[in-house]
Design a protein. Structure first.
Length: 708
């Protein structure tokens, strides 16, 4: 038997981007394991992917093009050929363009794969050339990225491996063990060296249980806490005056602003005792090196952007950046020299473009969101909006439109694919090649194709080559090979890739960017922030000038609100929905619902697979505090209905004091078929945007819970 170990990389939207080894025997993948040579991921895979071969060979895989033969939503399909599929898509699109223009076509995608050539931007050039409506994709970190950029610029921040040198670690809205688990060994090493670990989270998560101090906080009030920490640090003279004078701007204005945010104010907002707020501020300011790791959840409420603005000010205020292992970690993605314009080709867009934020997909398809011309065709890839987008009932009604021509490229018949007119078979990571950045470490990875595609599945790159051919496009750009696309995907002249060759990268599977070693790198010891002033901007010049744009463009990873002028100083924006801000709403819906990432799913990936469902639970469970349950006559394991003014879903109750009283937790990622009566948590999610970057407000909603 011929047996090989093929080096690849995990495809998922996760900060860890693990190096993987696929054992291939006679052309079949028989096992997937972690690569023990990788310095960050160190040979371990999480529960989501440690049996990835079962996903590849699942008997539920879509392996051939399919055409709908039953009512929309019935999931009834018949096999067709690729020629038939491409022919119908091209004919329908040409007709739509002739009658209504390209804007009547809407692409919808996100990070079903995080690969550079098969991921977020793979379809952008084609849809730009067609003049299709531009999908603004701001699901994740767009508010955070905008705020981070306004304060300290596009810096990778603290090397996650430098955490071994930290003495005071704050994990803020970050459940590391479930969503960034390969960072945990570096935190553990720091603790063995005497570091204190603090977790700020409404829930006593897996990570919080292992912390030295868990600080439970009311959802959406993190900004009040951050500003109170600034208040205390300034008032008690804990500021590093030398660092502030040399490497920041706007200190006096920040100090004046923070004077309004007393510990007493923050305590009333957050539910955290005043003494705990004082202790946190004093310990953080006087225990160098101190570092903060923020998670995605910190932005998911009305004031998410300003919350990150305030948190991003803290390290410079105490001079944490002067120490190895001190500062702030958000997204090291900024270190990777990805050729975003080359991937997206915004130059192909016509002068007048229509933009739709994909968070508003449901209203756009039903006509509630004004669209002229209306959307007549939807093309979905790398995404499952029916499981993850707000206003689920409206989205379902829109997808059920008989006059909407919907095409979905997928591995499985998802909740979204059920409504497709054409379903196209997509390859998994083992069946394609790609190059991978990371938003959790500083290693560039290469994914070697391990096996031939199953059935007639094709990669996204091949899919868009076929679409371009069917549409009669003759520009050679659209017919580049995967190798040519990988070559063009990076700025190989960047200093961080000096000496790196694609051949070496393919052979090893990963390389560390040419950055200083984690053991002696303090990235902003001497300032050098990539901001307009070159300093940490407590008072943002970008905000004052009305020109703050995440530089990965509207079609890229972040979002923008170019042209808006905002307060240049961080400030507190209370949740849209809470007992304090909306008492009338709270009278009917008194509980705050949050929908964190599941330990076993990656967004909706794996929400249909047996091993991961066995880990997460076959059906949606909702966690309540025992006192909240008792008030409602709810018992552990009982069927419950969770509802608000936007919708409802049913689940089973889990009672735990690990949840703050007044808070309900429904981990996201379950498919409709796993939920009682077919709705998911996003039937309740608000359509409102956060304050910056048009970020979603997943965790800013009030609900009620009752026995079903």
């Amino acid at each position: 038997m011929a047996r090989d170990a093929v080096i690849g990389a995990c495809p998922h939207d996760c900060p860890d981007t693990c190096s993987i080894l696929t054992t291939v025997e006679d052309g079949k993948a028989i096992a997937v394991r972690g690569n023990p040579d990788h310095p960050f991921t160190q040979g371990r895979l999480c529960v989501k992917v440690n049996n990835y071969q079962d996903r590849v060979y699942s008997d539920r895989r879509v392996l051939y093009p399919l055409k709908r033969v039953g009512p929309k939503g019935s999931g009834q399909f018949a096999r067709i050929t690729w020629d038939e599929a491409m022919g119908e898509i091209a004919e329908r699109w040409k007709g739509i363009i002739a009658s209504d223009g390209g804007q009547a076509i809407l692409p919808y995608s996100y990070l079903g794969t995080q690969g550079v050539i098969n991921g977020l931007n793979v379809g952008d050039p084609l849809f730009n050339k067609l003049g299709a409506t531009v999908s603004e994709r701001t699901f994740c970190d767009s508010a955070s990225c905008t705020a981070y950029m306004m304060t300290i610029g596009h810096t990778p921040g603290v090397d996650p491996e430098s955490f071994v040198h930290s003495k005071y670690i704050i994990l803020w809205a970050c459940n590391t063990l479930s969503t960034n688990s390969h960072h945990w060994p570096f935190i553990e090493r720091a603790r063995k060296n005497g570091a204190k670990l603090v977790v700020i989270d409404p829930v006593r998560t897996r990570t919080a249980r292992l912390a030295d101090w868990h600080i439970p906080i009311r959802p959406g009030t993190d900004g009040a806490l951050a500003l109170a920490l600034i208040n205390i640090i300034v008032k008690e003279g804990l500021v590093d005056r030398d660092y502030v004078e040399k490497h920041t701007i706007g200190f006096d204005a920040l100090a004046e602003r923070a004077a309004d945010y007393t510990p007493e104010f923050a305590s009333a907002e957050t539910g955290i005792p005043v003494e705990d707020i004082l202790t946190l501020a004093r310990e953080y300011a006087t225990t160098p090196p101190a570092v903060v790791r923020i998670g995605v959840a910190v932005e998911r409420h009305a004031g998410g952007g300003q919350t990150v603005r305030a948190i991003a000010c803290l390290p410079a205020l105490i001079g944490a950046w002067t120490h190895v292992g001190g500062g702030l970690l958000q997204l090291p993605i900024w270190a990777f020299p990805v050729n975003w314009p080359g991937l997206m080709r915004p130059d192909l867009q016509p002068e007048t473009m229509r933009v739709l934020n994909t968070w508003r997909l449901g209203p756009a398809l039903t006509g509630e969101e004004p669209m002229d011309p209306p959307i007549r065709s939807l093309f979905v890839y790398n995404a499952n909006p029916m499981a993850m987008v707000s206003q689920q009932q409206k989205l379902e009604a829109g997808l059920a439109r008989e006059d909407l021509f919907t095409v979905v490229s997928e591995h499985f018949i998802t909740d979204t694919a059920k409504y497709a007119d054409i379903v196209l078979p997509a390859t998994t990571q083992l069946e394609q090649k790609d190059i991978m950045f990371s938003w959790g470490h500083l290693y560039l990875s290469y994914n070697n194709q391990a096996i031939e595609p199953l059935g007639e599945a094709v990669s996204n790159t091949e899919l868009f080559r076929r679409l371009a051919k069917a549409l009669g496009i003759d520009d050679p750009f659209f017919f580049r090979s995967d190798d040519e696309m990988i070559e063009a995907s990076m700025d190989w002249s960047s200093p961080v890739l000096e000496g790196v060759t694609l051949e070496d990268l393919k052979a090893k599977g990963y390389i560390r960017l040419n950055m200083p070693a984690a053991d002696d790198w303090a990235p902003h010891r001497d300032g050098n922030f990539p901001t307009p002033s070159g300093k940490c901007e407590f008072s943002s010049t970008m905000a004052a000038g009305g020109n703050f744009v995440v530089p990965l463009f509207r079609q890229g990873y972040g979002g923008s609100q170019s042209g808006e002028t905002v307060d240049p100083l961080p400030h507190y924006i209370a949740p849209n929905e809470s007992k304090r801000t909306s008492p009338d709403l709270a009278a009917s819906y008194p509980l705050s619902l949050i929908s964190p990432k599941s330990h076993a799913f990656l967004n909706s990936n794996y929400g249909n697979l047996p091993a991961q469902l066995a880990q997460a639970g076959e059906e949606q469970a909702v966690i309540l505090h025992p006192d909240d349950a008792a008030d409602r006559g709810i018992v552990s394991g009982g069927a419950i209905r969770v509802f608000n003014q936007r919708g409802a879903f049913e689940a089973f109750a889990t009672l735990s004091p690990d949840v703050l009283r007044g808070v309900v937790v429904a981990p996201a990622g379950y498919w409709q078929r796993s939920n009682r009566r077919g709705a998911t948590v996003h039937a309740l999610t608000p359509p409102a945007f956060a304050d910056l970057g048009r970020g979603p407000t997943f965790s800013d909603m009030l609900v009620e819970v009752a026995s079903a």
